[in-house]
Design a binder for this molecule. Sequence first.
Ligand SMILES: Nc1ncnc2c1ncn2[C@@H]1O[C@H](COP(=O)(O)OP(=O)(O)OP(=O)(O)O)[C@@H](O)[C@H]1O
Ligand SMILES: [Mg+2]
Length: 484
Amino acid sequence: MASKLVAEQNISNESRKRRPSPPAIKLLIIDDDPQNLEIISAALQQHHVDITAATDPEEGLELFSRRRPGIVLCDLMMPKLSGMEVLERIVAIDPATEVILMTAHYSTDSAVEAIKKGAADYLTKPIELNRLRSRVATLVDEAEKRFRSAQLDQELVDNYRFCGIIGRSPLMVEMFARIQRVAPHYRTVLVTGATGTGKELVARALHSLTPAAPKQLAVCNCSAVAESLVESELFGYVKGAFTGALQDKAGLFEYANGGTVFLDEIGEMPLNLQAKLLRVLQNHEIQRIGSPAVKKVDLRVVAATHRDLKALVREGKFREDLFYRLAVVQITVPSLSERREDLPLLERHFIERFSAEYKKPVHGLTRRAQAVFSRHAWPGNVRQLENAIANACMMTATEVVDVGDLPENMRAGDTVASSDSQGLMNMEEVQRRHAARVLEELGGNKLRAAEILGISRGTLYRLLRDTAASGEELEVNELPINSN
Ligand SMILES: Nc1ncnc2c1ncn2[C@@H]1O[C@H](COP(=O)(O)OP(=O)(O)OP(=O)(O)O)[C@@H](O)[C@H]1O
Ligand SMILES: [Mg+2]
Protein backbone atom coordinates (compact mmCIF):
# COMPACT_ATOMS: atom_id res chain seq x y z
CA MET A 1 0.00 0.00 0.00
CA ALA A 2 2.77 2.38 0.93
CA SER A 3 4.19 2.03 -2.57
CA LYS A 4 0.77 2.63 -4.12
CA LEU A 5 0.23 5.75 -2.06
CA VAL A 6 3.66 7.05 -3.07
CA ALA A 7 2.79 6.31 -6.68
CA GLU A 8 -0.49 8.17 -6.27
CA GLN A 9 1.34 11.11 -4.76
CA ASN A 10 3.65 11.22 -7.77
CA ILE A 11 0.76 11.10 -10.20
CA SER A 12 -0.76 13.93 -8.26
CA ASN A 13 2.41 16.04 -8.45
CA GLU A 14 2.74 15.30 -12.15
CA SER A 15 -0.82 16.35 -12.93
CA ARG A 16 -0.41 19.46 -10.80
CA LYS A 17 2.47 20.50 -13.03
CA ARG A 18 0.36 19.97 -16.13
CA ARG A 19 -2.77 21.59 -14.76
CA PRO A 20 -4.02 24.29 -17.17
CA SER A 21 -4.80 27.73 -15.76
CA PRO A 22 -8.47 28.69 -15.61
CA PRO A 23 -9.87 30.23 -18.81
CA ALA A 24 -11.02 33.88 -18.74
CA ILE A 25 -14.43 34.03 -17.04
CA LYS A 26 -17.18 34.98 -19.50
CA LEU A 27 -19.17 38.06 -18.55
CA LEU A 28 -22.35 39.30 -20.22
CA ILE A 29 -23.75 42.81 -19.83
CA ILE A 30 -27.39 43.48 -20.73
CA ASP A 31 -28.51 47.12 -20.68
CA ASP A 32 -30.75 49.00 -23.11
CA ASP A 33 -28.55 52.11 -22.70
CA PRO A 34 -25.54 51.70 -25.07
CA GLN A 35 -23.58 54.38 -23.26
CA ASN A 36 -23.88 52.49 -20.00
CA LEU A 37 -22.68 49.32 -21.72
CA GLU A 38 -19.61 51.11 -22.94
CA ILE A 39 -18.74 52.60 -19.57
CA ILE A 40 -19.12 49.28 -17.76
CA SER A 41 -17.19 47.33 -20.43
CA ALA A 42 -14.35 49.84 -20.26
CA ALA A 43 -14.27 49.71 -16.46
CA LEU A 44 -13.96 45.92 -16.43
CA GLN A 45 -11.37 45.54 -19.20
CA GLN A 46 -8.47 45.11 -16.78
CA HIS A 47 -10.04 42.02 -15.18
CA HIS A 48 -9.51 38.47 -16.38
CA VAL A 49 -12.92 38.48 -18.12
CA ASP A 50 -14.20 37.85 -21.62
CA ILE A 51 -16.96 40.45 -22.15
CA THR A 52 -19.98 40.40 -24.47
CA ALA A 53 -22.86 42.83 -24.36
CA ALA A 54 -26.43 43.27 -25.59
CA THR A 55 -28.81 46.22 -25.54
CA ASP A 56 -31.80 43.98 -26.18
CA PRO A 57 -32.76 41.59 -23.33
CA GLU A 58 -34.03 38.87 -25.71
CA GLU A 59 -30.76 39.02 -27.60
CA GLY A 60 -28.98 38.99 -24.22
CA LEU A 61 -30.76 35.75 -23.25
CA GLU A 62 -29.90 34.24 -26.60
CA LEU A 63 -26.24 35.16 -26.04
CA PHE A 64 -26.49 33.68 -22.56
CA SER A 65 -27.74 30.32 -23.84
CA ARG A 66 -25.05 30.21 -26.48
CA ARG A 67 -22.03 31.38 -24.48
CA ARG A 68 -22.95 30.38 -20.93
CA PRO A 69 -21.22 33.27 -19.13
CA GLY A 70 -20.46 32.76 -15.44
CA ILE A 71 -21.33 36.40 -14.59
CA VAL A 72 -24.19 38.52 -15.91
CA LEU A 73 -24.72 42.25 -15.25
CA CYS A 74 -28.27 43.19 -16.10
CA ASP A 75 -30.26 46.41 -16.01
CA LEU A 76 -33.56 46.20 -14.12
CA MET A 77 -35.80 48.51 -16.19
CA MET A 78 -35.74 47.64 -19.87
CA PRO A 79 -38.45 47.71 -22.51
CA LYS A 80 -39.77 44.27 -23.61
CA LEU A 81 -38.35 42.29 -20.70
CA SER A 82 -37.51 43.40 -17.15
CA GLY A 83 -34.21 42.54 -15.48
CA MET A 84 -36.18 40.46 -12.94
CA GLU A 85 -37.57 38.26 -15.74
CA VAL A 86 -34.12 37.95 -17.30
CA LEU A 87 -32.80 36.89 -13.87
CA GLU A 88 -35.53 34.26 -13.54
CA ARG A 89 -34.85 32.82 -16.99
CA ILE A 90 -31.08 32.73 -16.40
CA VAL A 91 -31.43 31.02 -13.02
CA ALA A 92 -33.76 28.46 -14.61
CA ILE A 93 -31.14 27.67 -17.25
CA ASP A 94 -28.14 27.65 -14.93
CA PRO A 95 -28.63 28.34 -11.22
CA ALA A 96 -24.88 28.65 -10.71
CA THR A 97 -24.70 31.89 -12.75
CA GLU A 98 -23.82 35.02 -10.76
CA VAL A 99 -26.33 37.70 -11.80
CA ILE A 100 -25.88 41.31 -10.69
CA LEU A 101 -28.91 43.53 -11.24
CA MET A 102 -28.43 47.28 -11.73
CA THR A 103 -31.11 49.91 -11.28
CA ALA A 104 -31.66 53.63 -11.11
CA HIS A 105 -34.90 53.03 -9.16
CA TYR A 106 -33.77 51.29 -5.99
CA SER A 107 -36.37 49.85 -3.66
CA THR A 108 -35.78 47.50 -0.75
CA ASP A 109 -38.63 45.27 -1.93
CA SER A 110 -37.19 44.68 -5.37
CA ALA A 111 -33.69 44.20 -3.91
CA VAL A 112 -35.07 41.51 -1.58
CA GLU A 113 -37.03 39.96 -4.47
CA ALA A 114 -33.89 39.87 -6.63
CA ILE A 115 -31.79 38.20 -3.94
CA LYS A 116 -34.58 35.69 -3.25
CA LYS A 117 -34.70 34.85 -6.94
CA GLY A 118 -31.00 34.08 -6.88
CA ALA A 119 -29.26 37.36 -7.79
CA ALA A 120 -25.70 37.68 -6.49
CA ASP A 121 -26.04 41.41 -5.94
CA TYR A 122 -28.14 44.50 -6.60
CA LEU A 123 -26.37 47.75 -7.47
CA THR A 124 -27.77 51.25 -7.84
CA LYS A 125 -27.14 53.54 -10.79
CA PRO A 126 -25.16 55.59 -11.47
CA ILE A 127 -22.85 52.65 -10.91
CA GLU A 128 -19.92 53.32 -8.62
CA LEU A 129 -17.27 51.85 -10.87
CA ASN A 130 -14.86 51.01 -8.06
CA ARG A 131 -17.54 49.09 -6.23
CA LEU A 132 -18.47 47.24 -9.43
CA ARG A 133 -14.83 46.39 -10.13
CA SER A 134 -14.28 45.00 -6.67
CA ARG A 135 -17.53 42.99 -6.82
CA VAL A 136 -16.62 41.51 -10.21
CA ALA A 137 -13.05 40.83 -9.00
CA THR A 138 -14.46 38.82 -6.07
CA LEU A 139 -16.78 36.83 -8.36
CA VAL A 140 -13.96 36.13 -10.81
CA ASP A 141 -11.76 35.04 -7.94
CA GLU A 142 -14.48 32.69 -6.62
CA ALA A 143 -15.12 31.27 -10.10
CA GLU A 144 -11.40 30.58 -10.55
CA LYS A 145 -11.28 28.91 -7.17
CA ARG A 146 -14.26 26.76 -8.10
CA PHE A 147 -12.61 25.85 -11.40
CA ARG A 148 -9.41 24.84 -9.61
CA SER A 149 -11.26 22.93 -6.95
CA ALA A 150 -13.30 21.00 -9.56
CA GLN A 151 -10.03 20.25 -11.34
CA LEU A 152 -8.50 19.09 -8.09
CA ASP A 153 -11.53 16.98 -7.20
CA GLN A 154 -11.25 15.29 -10.60
CA GLU A 155 -7.57 14.54 -10.01
CA LEU A 156 -8.39 13.28 -6.56
CA VAL A 157 -11.14 11.02 -7.89
CA ASP A 158 -8.62 9.63 -10.35
CA ASN A 159 -5.90 9.22 -7.75
CA TYR A 160 -7.85 8.19 -4.69
CA ARG A 161 -9.51 5.20 -6.23
CA PHE A 162 -8.51 1.87 -4.85
CA CYS A 163 -9.89 -1.04 -6.90
CA GLY A 164 -12.95 1.05 -7.75
CA ILE A 165 -13.44 2.25 -4.15
CA ILE A 166 -13.22 6.01 -3.80
CA GLY A 167 -11.95 7.61 -0.63
CA ARG A 168 -9.20 9.80 0.71
CA SER A 169 -10.22 10.15 4.35
CA PRO A 170 -7.76 8.66 6.86
CA LEU A 171 -10.31 5.93 7.71
CA MET A 172 -10.54 4.85 4.06
CA VAL A 173 -6.79 5.05 3.45
CA GLU A 174 -6.34 2.86 6.51
CA MET A 175 -8.91 0.41 5.14
CA PHE A 176 -7.19 0.31 1.72
CA ALA A 177 -3.90 -0.49 3.47
CA ARG A 178 -5.58 -3.29 5.39
CA ILE A 179 -7.11 -4.78 2.23
CA GLN A 180 -3.73 -4.62 0.54
CA ARG A 181 -2.03 -6.37 3.47
CA VAL A 182 -4.68 -9.05 3.85
CA ALA A 183 -5.38 -9.87 0.17
CA PRO A 184 -2.38 -12.08 -0.58
CA HIS A 185 -2.78 -14.29 2.49
CA TYR A 186 -6.32 -14.62 3.75
CA ARG A 187 -8.50 -17.73 3.74
CA THR A 188 -11.53 -16.06 5.33
CA VAL A 189 -12.33 -12.40 5.93
CA LEU A 190 -15.32 -10.84 7.61
CA VAL A 191 -16.36 -7.48 6.14
CA THR A 192 -18.61 -5.44 8.41
CA GLY A 193 -20.17 -2.01 8.09
CA ALA A 194 -23.55 -0.32 7.83
CA THR A 195 -25.80 -0.71 4.83
CA GLY A 196 -24.57 0.90 1.61
CA THR A 197 -21.02 1.56 2.83
CA GLY A 198 -19.37 -0.50 0.09
CA LYS A 199 -18.87 -3.97 1.62
CA GLU A 200 -19.41 -5.68 -1.72
CA LEU A 201 -16.76 -3.45 -3.31
CA VAL A 202 -14.35 -4.49 -0.56
CA ALA A 203 -15.09 -8.15 -1.25
CA ARG A 204 -14.41 -7.61 -4.94
CA ALA A 205 -11.18 -5.76 -4.15
CA LEU A 206 -10.00 -8.64 -1.96
CA HIS A 207 -10.74 -11.04 -4.77
CA SER A 208 -9.09 -8.97 -7.49
CA LEU A 209 -5.92 -8.47 -5.45
CA THR A 210 -5.38 -12.19 -5.02
CA PRO A 211 -1.84 -12.79 -6.31
CA ALA A 212 -2.64 -15.89 -8.39
CA ALA A 213 -4.25 -15.55 -11.80
CA PRO A 214 -7.78 -14.27 -11.17
CA LYS A 215 -10.24 -17.11 -10.73
CA GLN A 216 -14.00 -17.04 -10.29
CA LEU A 217 -15.77 -14.93 -7.72
CA ALA A 218 -19.03 -16.59 -6.77
CA VAL A 219 -21.58 -14.49 -4.90
CA CYS A 220 -24.29 -15.87 -2.64
CA ASN A 221 -26.82 -13.71 -0.87
CA CYS A 222 -27.59 -15.64 2.30
CA SER A 223 -30.76 -13.66 2.94
CA ALA A 224 -32.54 -15.44 0.08
CA VAL A 225 -36.04 -16.09 1.34
CA ALA A 226 -36.08 -19.89 1.20
CA GLU A 227 -33.47 -21.61 3.34
CA SER A 228 -33.38 -24.68 1.08
CA LEU A 229 -32.49 -22.46 -1.89
CA VAL A 230 -29.38 -21.13 -0.17
CA GLU A 231 -28.29 -24.64 0.69
CA SER A 232 -28.68 -26.01 -2.83
CA GLU A 233 -27.09 -22.91 -4.29
CA LEU A 234 -24.02 -23.30 -2.09
CA PHE A 235 -23.59 -27.07 -2.02
CA GLY A 236 -25.28 -28.23 -5.20
CA TYR A 237 -27.28 -31.48 -5.37
CA VAL A 238 -27.58 -34.78 -7.12
CA LYS A 239 -30.44 -35.93 -9.27
CA GLY A 240 -33.41 -37.02 -7.16
CA ALA A 241 -32.13 -35.36 -3.94
CA PHE A 242 -35.47 -33.55 -3.67
CA THR A 243 -38.53 -32.95 -5.80
CA GLY A 244 -37.42 -30.88 -8.75
CA ALA A 245 -33.77 -32.03 -8.65
CA LEU A 246 -33.92 -33.35 -12.19
CA GLN A 247 -30.19 -33.57 -12.73
CA ASP A 248 -26.88 -33.24 -10.87
CA LYS A 249 -25.88 -29.65 -10.22
CA ALA A 250 -22.68 -28.21 -8.79
CA GLY A 251 -23.03 -25.54 -6.08
CA LEU A 252 -21.15 -22.28 -5.73
CA PHE A 253 -18.46 -23.83 -3.55
CA GLU A 254 -17.56 -26.23 -6.34
CA TYR A 255 -17.95 -23.65 -9.05
CA ALA A 256 -15.61 -21.24 -7.26
CA ASN A 257 -13.04 -23.90 -6.47
CA GLY A 258 -9.62 -22.22 -6.65
CA GLY A 259 -11.25 -18.78 -6.41
CA THR A 260 -13.35 -16.77 -3.97
CA VAL A 261 -16.83 -17.18 -2.54
CA PHE A 262 -18.54 -14.03 -1.35
CA LEU A 263 -21.18 -14.82 1.27
CA ASP A 264 -23.21 -11.66 1.49
CA GLU A 265 -25.55 -11.04 4.44
CA ILE A 266 -23.94 -13.86 6.41
CA GLY A 267 -25.92 -12.76 9.49
CA GLU A 268 -29.07 -14.06 7.81
CA MET A 269 -27.70 -17.57 7.24
CA PRO A 270 -29.92 -20.21 8.90
CA LEU A 271 -28.34 -22.04 11.86
CA ASN A 272 -28.22 -25.51 10.25
CA LEU A 273 -26.38 -24.07 7.24
CA GLN A 274 -23.97 -22.27 9.54
CA ALA A 275 -22.86 -25.69 10.85
CA LYS A 276 -22.28 -26.91 7.29
CA LEU A 277 -20.36 -23.78 6.39
CA LEU A 278 -18.12 -24.24 9.40
CA ARG A 279 -17.22 -27.71 8.11
CA VAL A 280 -16.29 -26.21 4.73
CA LEU A 281 -14.07 -23.60 6.36
CA GLN A 282 -12.39 -26.10 8.71
CA ASN A 283 -12.00 -29.19 6.55
CA HIS A 284 -12.25 -27.69 3.04
CA GLU A 285 -14.77 -30.38 2.15
CA ILE A 286 -18.23 -30.23 0.66
CA GLN A 287 -21.03 -32.68 -0.03
CA ARG A 288 -23.74 -32.15 -2.62
CA ILE A 289 -27.24 -32.51 -1.20
CA GLY A 290 -28.28 -36.13 -1.49
CA SER A 291 -24.78 -37.42 -2.13
CA PRO A 292 -22.47 -39.28 0.27
CA ALA A 293 -19.41 -38.28 -1.82
CA VAL A 294 -17.08 -35.77 -0.17
CA LYS A 295 -15.17 -33.34 -2.39
CA LYS A 296 -12.11 -31.31 -1.46
CA VAL A 297 -12.27 -27.60 -2.32
CA ASP A 298 -9.66 -24.85 -2.22
CA LEU A 299 -11.50 -21.62 -1.48
CA ARG A 300 -11.14 -18.17 -0.12
CA VAL A 301 -14.24 -16.93 1.64
CA VAL A 302 -15.27 -13.33 2.13
CA ALA A 303 -18.34 -12.94 4.34
CA ALA A 304 -20.14 -9.64 4.78
CA THR A 305 -22.78 -8.35 7.14
CA HIS A 306 -24.26 -5.10 8.35
CA ARG A 307 -25.40 -6.83 11.52
CA ASP A 308 -23.69 -7.09 14.86
CA LEU A 309 -22.72 -10.77 14.75
CA LYS A 310 -21.62 -10.76 18.39
CA ALA A 311 -25.10 -9.65 19.41
CA LEU A 312 -26.57 -12.39 17.20
CA VAL A 313 -24.30 -14.89 18.95
CA ARG A 314 -25.63 -13.69 22.33
CA GLU A 315 -29.19 -14.08 21.06
CA GLY A 316 -28.43 -17.63 19.92
CA LYS A 317 -29.00 -16.76 16.24
CA PHE A 318 -25.41 -17.13 15.11
CA ARG A 319 -22.97 -19.90 15.98
CA GLU A 320 -20.18 -18.71 18.22
CA ASP A 321 -17.61 -21.10 16.69
CA LEU A 322 -18.43 -19.85 13.18
CA PHE A 323 -18.21 -16.24 14.36
CA TYR A 324 -14.69 -16.74 15.74
CA ARG A 325 -13.66 -18.63 12.63
CA LEU A 326 -14.86 -15.78 10.39
CA ALA A 327 -13.69 -12.89 12.54
CA VAL A 328 -9.99 -13.86 12.55
CA VAL A 329 -9.51 -11.20 9.93
CA GLN A 330 -12.06 -8.42 9.99
CA ILE A 331 -12.37 -5.35 7.81
CA THR A 332 -14.78 -2.64 8.90
CA VAL A 333 -16.05 -0.21 6.30
CA PRO A 334 -16.63 3.21 7.90
CA SER A 335 -19.99 4.88 7.45
CA LEU A 336 -20.22 7.99 5.30
CA SER A 337 -20.98 10.25 8.26
CA GLU A 338 -17.61 9.30 9.77
CA ARG A 339 -15.78 10.42 6.64
CA ARG A 340 -17.55 13.48 5.33
CA GLU A 341 -14.30 14.63 3.74
CA ASP A 342 -14.95 11.95 1.06
CA LEU A 343 -18.24 13.58 0.04
CA PRO A 344 -16.87 15.96 -2.64
CA LEU A 345 -14.98 13.14 -4.38
CA LEU A 346 -17.94 10.80 -4.29
CA GLU A 347 -20.24 13.57 -5.52
CA ARG A 348 -17.96 14.24 -8.49
CA HIS A 349 -17.60 10.54 -9.23
CA PHE A 350 -21.36 9.95 -9.29
CA ILE A 351 -22.12 13.16 -11.21
CA GLU A 352 -19.73 12.03 -13.93
CA ARG A 353 -21.06 8.53 -13.95
CA PHE A 354 -24.72 9.49 -14.27
CA SER A 355 -24.04 12.35 -16.63
CA ALA A 356 -22.42 9.80 -18.96
CA GLU A 357 -25.03 7.12 -18.29
CA TYR A 358 -27.99 9.43 -19.00
CA LYS A 359 -26.09 11.23 -21.79
CA LYS A 360 -26.85 14.56 -20.10
CA PRO A 361 -24.24 17.28 -19.64
CA VAL A 362 -24.34 17.67 -15.85
CA HIS A 363 -21.20 19.31 -14.48
CA GLY A 364 -21.67 19.51 -10.74
CA LEU A 365 -23.69 20.67 -7.79
CA THR A 366 -24.48 24.24 -6.79
CA ARG A 367 -22.99 25.37 -3.51
CA ARG A 368 -26.46 25.27 -1.96
CA ALA A 369 -26.90 21.63 -2.98
CA GLN A 370 -23.42 20.80 -1.69
CA ALA A 371 -24.32 22.42 1.62
CA VAL A 372 -27.47 20.28 1.86
CA PHE A 373 -25.39 17.16 1.20
CA SER A 374 -22.77 18.08 3.75
CA ARG A 375 -25.45 18.56 6.44
CA HIS A 376 -27.30 15.34 5.65
CA ALA A 377 -26.95 12.36 8.02
CA TRP A 378 -26.66 9.71 5.23
CA PRO A 379 -28.17 6.73 7.05
CA GLY A 380 -28.10 4.82 3.75
CA ASN A 381 -24.44 5.76 3.22
CA VAL A 382 -22.83 5.74 -0.24
CA ARG A 383 -25.76 3.90 -1.83
CA GLN A 384 -28.09 6.67 -0.69
CA LEU A 385 -25.73 9.32 -2.07
CA GLU A 386 -25.49 7.39 -5.35
CA ASN A 387 -29.28 7.20 -5.63
CA ALA A 388 -29.74 10.86 -4.68
CA ILE A 389 -27.31 11.94 -7.41
CA ALA A 390 -28.76 9.51 -9.97
CA ASN A 391 -32.19 10.93 -9.27
CA ALA A 392 -31.00 14.55 -9.34
CA CYS A 393 -29.12 14.04 -12.65
CA MET A 394 -32.28 12.59 -14.12
CA MET A 395 -34.47 15.42 -12.80
CA THR A 396 -32.33 18.47 -13.41
CA ALA A 397 -33.31 20.69 -16.30
CA THR A 398 -29.97 22.52 -16.11
CA GLU A 399 -26.33 21.55 -16.21
CA VAL A 400 -25.88 21.81 -12.46
CA VAL A 401 -27.79 20.02 -9.75
CA ASP A 402 -29.55 22.44 -7.43
CA VAL A 403 -31.49 21.96 -4.20
CA GLY A 404 -34.78 21.65 -6.11
CA ASP A 405 -33.45 18.52 -7.87
CA LEU A 406 -32.78 16.71 -4.59
CA PRO A 407 -35.19 14.26 -2.95
CA GLU A 408 -37.80 16.10 -0.93
CA ASN A 409 -36.76 14.74 2.46
CA MET A 410 -33.32 16.28 1.99
CA ARG A 411 -34.66 19.64 0.89
CA ALA A 412 -37.12 19.77 3.76
CA GLY A 413 -34.38 19.36 6.35
CA ASP A 414 -35.40 15.74 6.74
CA THR A 415 -38.38 16.11 9.03
CA VAL A 416 -41.33 13.76 8.94
CA ALA A 417 -43.55 16.61 10.10
CA SER A 418 -42.82 18.68 7.02
CA SER A 419 -44.07 16.04 4.64
CA ASP A 420 -47.01 15.30 6.86
CA SER A 421 -48.11 18.88 7.10
CA GLN A 422 -50.03 18.60 3.84
CA GLY A 423 -53.10 17.55 5.78
CA LEU A 424 -54.57 15.25 8.37
CA MET A 425 -53.77 11.64 7.63
CA ASN A 426 -54.99 8.35 8.99
CA MET A 427 -52.52 5.91 10.56
CA GLU A 428 -52.23 3.78 7.47
CA GLU A 429 -51.31 6.77 5.38
CA VAL A 430 -48.67 7.80 7.91
CA GLN A 431 -47.28 4.26 7.89
CA ARG A 432 -47.14 4.18 4.10
CA ARG A 433 -45.34 7.46 3.83
CA HIS A 434 -42.95 6.65 6.62
CA ALA A 435 -42.13 3.27 5.03
CA ALA A 436 -41.49 4.93 1.68
CA ARG A 437 -39.26 7.53 3.32
CA VAL A 438 -37.19 4.93 5.20
CA LEU A 439 -36.86 2.88 2.02
CA GLU A 440 -35.65 5.89 0.12
CA GLU A 441 -33.15 6.81 2.85
CA LEU A 442 -31.72 3.32 2.54
CA GLY A 443 -31.31 3.62 -1.19
CA GLY A 444 -34.15 1.20 -1.92
CA ASN A 445 -32.86 -1.65 0.23
CA LYS A 446 -36.10 -3.39 1.24
CA LEU A 447 -34.50 -5.91 3.57
CA ARG A 448 -32.92 -3.15 5.71
CA ALA A 449 -36.02 -0.99 5.50
CA ALA A 450 -38.18 -3.81 6.85
CA GLU A 451 -35.68 -4.39 9.67
CA ILE A 452 -35.58 -0.74 10.69
CA LEU A 453 -39.35 -0.43 10.51
CA GLY A 454 -39.70 -3.58 12.60
CA ILE A 455 -42.06 -5.19 10.09
CA SER A 456 -41.76 -8.21 7.83
CA ARG A 457 -40.74 -7.77 4.24
CA GLY A 458 -44.21 -9.01 3.26
CA THR A 459 -45.84 -6.15 5.19
CA LEU A 460 -43.45 -3.69 3.58
CA TYR A 461 -44.31 -5.01 0.12
CA ARG A 462 -47.99 -4.67 0.93
CA LEU A 463 -47.56 -1.06 2.10
CA LEU A 464 -45.62 -0.18 -1.04
CA ARG A 465 -48.07 -1.97 -3.27
CA ASP A 466 -50.93 -0.01 -1.73
CA THR A 467 -48.95 3.17 -2.31
CA ALA A 468 -48.41 2.27 -5.95
CA ALA A 469 -52.04 1.26 -6.33
CA SER A 470 -53.26 4.57 -4.94
CA GLY A 471 -51.42 6.19 -7.86
CA GLU A 472 -49.50 8.45 -5.53
CA GLU A 473 -46.24 9.78 -6.78
CA LEU A 474 -43.98 8.96 -3.93
CA GLU A 475 -40.37 9.71 -4.74
CA VAL A 476 -39.37 6.21 -3.95
CA ASN A 477 -41.03 5.04 -7.14
CA GLU A 478 -38.52 7.06 -9.06
CA LEU A 479 -35.57 5.35 -7.41
CA PRO A 480 -33.91 2.28 -8.82
CA ILE A 481 -35.15 -0.17 -6.22
CA ASN A 482 -32.63 -2.67 -4.98
CA SER A 483 -34.11 -6.12 -5.20
CA ASN A 484 -32.47 -7.26 -1.92
N1 LIG B 1 -16.22 4.22 -1.73
C1 LIG B 1 -17.03 4.04 -2.77
N2 LIG B 1 -16.68 4.52 -3.99
C2 LIG B 1 -17.50 4.37 -5.04
N3 LIG B 1 -18.68 3.75 -5.00
C3 LIG B 1 -19.08 3.25 -3.82
C4 LIG B 1 -18.27 3.37 -2.66
N4 LIG B 1 -18.92 2.76 -1.64
C5 LIG B 1 -20.07 2.29 -2.14
N5 LIG B 1 -20.19 2.57 -3.45
C6 LIG B 1 -21.34 2.26 -4.31
O1 LIG B 1 -22.48 2.31 -3.45
C7 LIG B 1 -23.36 1.22 -3.71
C8 LIG B 1 -23.49 0.37 -2.45
O2 LIG B 1 -22.29 -0.34 -2.21
P1 LIG B 1 -22.28 -1.88 -1.74
O3 LIG B 1 -23.34 -2.65 -2.45
O4 LIG B 1 -20.90 -2.40 -1.83
O5 LIG B 1 -22.73 -1.64 -0.21
P2 LIG B 1 -22.94 -2.70 0.95
O6 LIG B 1 -22.11 -2.27 2.10
O7 LIG B 1 -22.72 -4.08 0.42
O8 LIG B 1 -24.46 -2.47 1.32
P3 LIG B 1 -25.54 -3.52 1.95
O9 LIG B 1 -25.14 -3.79 3.37
O10 LIG B 1 -26.82 -2.75 1.90
O11 LIG B 1 -25.54 -4.73 1.09
C9 LIG B 1 -22.77 0.45 -4.87
O12 LIG B 1 -23.37 0.90 -6.07
C10 LIG B 1 -21.30 0.83 -4.86
O13 LIG B 1 -20.74 0.79 -6.14
MG1 LIG C 1 -24.10 -5.64 0.06
